[in-house]
Design a protein around this ligand. Sequence first.
Ligand code: PGU
Length: 440
Amino acid sequence: MNSSSADRRLYMLSRHLAGTISNEGSGISSSPTSAGNSVFGNVVRAPEDPILGVTVAYNKDPSPVKLNLGVGAYRTEEGKPLVLNVVRKAEHLLVNDRSRIKEYLPIVGLADFNKLSAKLILGSDSPAIQGNRVTTVQCLSGTGSLRVGAEFLAKHYYQRTIYIPNPTWGNHTKIFTLGGLTVKTYRYYDPVTRGLNIQGLLEDLNSAPSGSIVLLHACAHNPTGVDPTFDQWGQIRQLIRSKNLLPFFDSAYQGFASGNLDKDAESVRMFVSDGGECFIAQSYAKNMGLYGERVGALSIVCRNADVASRVESQLKLVIRPMYSSPPIHGASIVATILKDRNLYNEWTLELKAMADRIITMRKQLFDALSARGTPGNWTHIIKQIGMFTFTGLNTKQVAFMTKEFHIYMTSDGRISMAGLSSRTVPHLADAIHAAVTTVG
Ligand code: PGU
């Protein structure tokens, strides 16, 4: 960022996020009495994160019936976090391989991991990969991949505006703004139909300035669980290409929407097969259950091999002063699984089992609400896709469910279906029923 107005904007946003701006333009809050002897005495306590803060509140609740449906993290039927069998096997292989060392990885990460990640999202027969038009760098999970992509764009792309769907994952605005881009939104969700506002989406992208960047959720849109149909993706692609907009895919749930890795990559592959350029941020947090290992990748599909290699050389200059090079363990797990046919097949089965369990939870919750005669139409619970149900419950109803039923979820009414089990469905259905019938 080199323009002073952009610097000012970033400064204001960072202070706003830190909760230090109480009224606009006041800048730094000063409170000499609270300052004491510390040079940080004026630091204002920041609010908890809207998603991760839900877990903080949940952890403090002593109730035995408490239920965390906030963060999108898979739980078993017993309500426990899951380490995939195939991950345990890969780790075993890695630990027992005495030839493995702990030297720094290259700035761009593990070469095998990068190649295999590009294949996973673009398809093993992708002409873009065969033509060396894709550069892939290992990053710190989905978030890190989005951030590296944003900083590259702010430095090297002529348009600095990114359009993100309304609503979207809460961290998108912060990642892109602090990465140096200007964030605007396009219409996405229609609260009346609880479906996609395709008309509004197309209108908004049609009036975006040529060259604008467009963030698209590759599948299992967070928080709404509403994805475009294949035909609607076709319309979106046509518009984006005809207006020379630049697509930036966020793929955090490949395999979680349908249970099939190829099917969930269809949107991305449709854009890549037309020969145009695009960005893809991939995360292995959900589909391999590697949340805390922070494994992901940024791929940039370019027009030709020469551009791709120059782009990669500049990505290194973004990464080097940020964290120098990525961690080795998680990427080694992924590479071990992706390159071994048996492990890969086993992974797809475990992934399908997770996706299927989520679909079963949708059915059970829907049936439980129907059995209670809960007012309203709840068919969206079974229609929506991926980890989340965007219930339509309002902030007051959510607060009521937390206070009276110890059920924790984000204030926008999103619930993580992956956090639910057959044992806890009745409790959630009771809570929703009570919220809907007693809180307006
Ligand atoms: N993109 C989307 C659309 C996401 O939903 C998430 C995670 C990410 C990227 C980033 O995931 P990484 O862990 O960095 O790979 N969203 C989850 C997890 C909690 C969070 O907010 O980070 C969620 O509950 O929305």
